[in-house]
Design a binder for this molecule. Structure first.
Ligand SMILES: NC(=O)c1ccc[n+]([C@@H]2O[C@H](COP(=O)([O-])OP(=O)(O)OC[C@H]3O[C@@H](n4cnc5c(N)ncnc54)[C@H](OP(=O)(O)O)[C@@H]3O)[C@@H](O)[C@H]2O)c1
Length: 262
């Protein structure tokens, strides 16, 4: 990250995880500033050596990238507060704020000298482990610093804004959907005779194995399924029973229902 300085506005679930993750990824804590109105959330970040502030304007001074991680209804006031402090020629802004469009964001930042480089960023809760699937939408400029920073916190994919609701359904809601699969499999495992803790350990390890197999070059879910489905065997019976109960249709219906429409 060379000598990039980052300010995070909002030390909640997303902002706090981003700041902690950046330090764990090797960024010097002194290069990160975090602002939050209630000082309590700043204490653990301060203990890591991160610069902490209760004044947003103090936090963004000298930052190359400003990450806004506040609730959508707080955002206009935060932007209003920062607009005259930010140097639009030198500072890039990334908003982790669900449901705010690029045009709305531009409207908030608009000044006589235009806009700063702006992006919408959508990580998921695995950011805390630096395993986030993060989407970046360019609003103004190429979001270069946002991509660099969030690449330290997992995988980053640049997408067009129109795909953001679908991306959110797949990757942000997707965490909950994956958890629901795990819960269902654990319940099945208990019915088959395992204790819940054992069943969870088995399901988690199996999912990790499946995800790692899919990371191999050229691997497709169906090619891996073919390897474990003996003709007339038990795996295909299990899969077909799941499909008869609506497995794939349920997943697709859930993703479509969970796709927020702006
Ligand atoms: N959670 C997710 O899975 C997820 C995923 C992707 C995107 N997002 C988006 O990320 C954003 C943040 O969500 P979150 O889950 O991190 O919310 P959160 O935990 O409520 O954190 C928001 C933080 O903003 C602080 N804050 C309130 N007013 C402020 C102000 N005027 N200036 C600076 N900070 C202020 C709050 O401080 P106090 O508590 O002290 O008031 C709180 O610590 C949301 O817009 C959400 O849509 C969330």
């Amino acid at each position: 990250m060379n000598d990039m300085k980052i300010a995070v506005i909002g030390a909640g679930a997303m902002g706090g995880a981003a700041a902690r993750g950046l330090v764990e990824a090797g960024m010097p804590a002194a290069a990160i500033s975090v602002a939050n109105p209630s000082a309590g959330k700043l204490v653990p970040l301060d203990a890591l050596g991160i610069n902490t502030f209760t004044d947003n304007r103090e936090a963004v001074k000298d930052a190359d990238l400003v990450i806004l991680a506040v609730k959508p209804w707080i955002l206009p006031d935060v932007v209003e507060e920062l607009r005259d402090t930010l140097d639009y020629d030198k500072q890039e802004v990334a908003a982790i704020v669900a449901g705010v469009s690029g045009e709305e964001l531009k409207g908030m930042f608009r000044k006589a000298d235009g806009y700063p480089d702006l992006s919408v960023v959508m990580p998921n809760t695995a950011m805390v482990l630096r395993e986030s699937m993060t989407f970046v939408v360019e609003v103004v400029g190429g979001a270069d610093r946002a991509v660099k920073a969030f690449s330290l916190l997992g995988k980053v994919m640049k997408i067009e804004e129109k795909l953001l609701p679908a991306a959110t359904a797949l990757a942000s809601c997707g965490i909950a959907y994956a958890m629901r699969y795990v819960r269902a499999a654990v319940e099945g495992g208990v019915e088959l005779g395992f204790r819940a803790s054992e069943a969870q350990a088995i399901v988690v390890e199996t999912l990790k194995g499946a995800a790692s197999l899919l990371a191999l070059p050229g691997v497709h879910p169906e090619s891996e399924i073919d390897k474990v489905t003996t003709p007339g065997g038990i795996t295909i019976k299990g899969l077909n029973a799941m499909e008869q109960a609506g497995f794939s249709a349920s997943v697709i219906a859930g993703l479509k229902a969970g796709r927020a429409v702006n």
